[in-house]
Design a protein around this ligand. Structure first.
Ligand code: IPM
Ligand code: MG
Length: 352
């Protein structure tokens, strides 16, 4: 198969980990007889530095014309602590999500047996944890109307959802649950928020009409945050709005022992983008210590999106092998001394 992939390495460690993912994709192409063509473009702080805007038109064009987008990381500390900054790298990511219609963000949280001891939680709580988060990505408080009063002392962000926005992601989450352990948990704040009550109503209706076999559960987001560390193994598919999903997915991402391991997919009806959950880790940039596995697994999710299931399985098997043999960066195996590119080489070699 021939695929056109837009590659946006982004900021911080983004370029280093992207390089390793491409190495692995090239190994997949060779082994399975595919042709992957890459179109590189800038997004984030690097794009602001070069063009003044975090999502240049050319980057958007390349992304719109590709079969998928592979994205590294975004963010630079020089913007983080300046509330008056007019442009921010993150605006690029939000803009591309909106422009490509990527409303469904999928974040799987799995644990690796070799790493259970790394978890901040007790091993017996972590063991067996395997869930996937469906986070709404182009609506809610992230994209609602924002106001700042003239005297700059009053500000607001509107959290608005429509039935249609909830329905389209709910269908995806229910379908995913049916292919897994058949449990869907809606996370909201329906005891307080009107928009959450709309989520409950719409999700309940869809459940009764289309997916009555799925075990549908509800959890308030504060309780969900607690349950996630008390008994993360209880979850199968989680469905939630944009902001709650942002927060809960960071919490979920550390359960397995390193945020450097978790991939994500952002899917729309026409386009898809794949990126690791972690950020740009600017302190680690250029040192060869960044863990490329989340990025490599994001590329594997892209392969699954291309219906290349065998290929995706080959990548995850190679990742499992790396972790089982202690081939990973120092935050996981400090004694073993493997660099970012050593890890990429090992995984690529174990595909070919
Ligand atoms: C994420 C990130 C982004 C978000 C930021 C970088 C805008 O935290 O993908 O979770 O809040 O969605
Ligand atoms: Mg986040």
């Amino acid at each position: 198969m021939k695929k056109q992939i837009a590659v946006l390495p982004g900021d911080g460690i983004g370029p280093e980990i992207t390089k390793e993912a491409i190495k692995v994709l090239d190994a997949v192409a060779e082994k399975f007889g595919h042709e992957f063509n890459y179109a590189y473009a800038d997004m984030g702080a690097i794009a602001i530095d070069k063009t003044g805007t975090p999502l240049p038109e050319a980057t958007l064009q390349v992304s719109l014309e590709s079969d998928a987008v592979l994205f590294g990381a975004i963010g630079d500390p020089k913007y983080d602590n300046d509330p008056n900054a007019k442009v921010r790298p993150e605006q690029g990511l939000l803009a591309i999500r909106k422009a490509l219609g990527l409303y469904c963000n999928v974040r799987p949280v799995t644990t690796f047996d070799a790493l259970l001891h790394q978890s901040p939680l007790k091993e017996e709580r972590v063991k067996g944890t395997d869930f996937v988060m469906y986070r709404e990505l182009t609506g809610g408080i992230y994209f609602g109307e924002k106001t700042l009063s003239e005297d700059k002392n009053t500000a607001s962000d509107l959290c608005q959802y429509t039935r249609a926005e909830i329905e389209r992601i709910a269908h995806k989450a229910f379908t995913a649950a049916q292919k897994r352990r058949n449990i869907l948990t809606l996370i909201d704040k329906a005891n307080v928020l009107e928009s959450s009550r709309l989520w409950r109503r719409v999700v309940t209706e869809i459940h009764q009409k289309n997916y009555p076999d799925v075990d549908l559960r509800f959890l308030f987001v504060d309780n969900a945050a607690m349950q996630m560390i008390l008994a993360p193994y209880q979850f199968d598919v989680l469905l939630t709005s944009n902001l709650f999903g942002d927060i809960i997915s960071d919490e979920g991402s550390v359960i397995g022992g390193s945020i450097g391991l978790l991939p994500s997919a952002s899917i729309g009806d026409k386009h898809a983008l794949f990126e690791p959950i972690h950020g740009s880790f600017p302190q680690g940039a250029g040192k060869g210590i960044a863990n490329p596995i989340a990025m490599i697994l994001s590329a594997a999710m892209m392969l699954t999106h291309f219906d290349m299931d065998k290929e995706a399985a080959a990548v995850s098997a190679a990742v499992d092998k790396a972790l089982a043999q202690g081939v990973c960066t120092p935050e996981i195996f400090p004694e073993n001394n493997y660099s970012t590119s050593d890890v990429g080489d090992f995984i690529a070699k174990n595909i070919a």
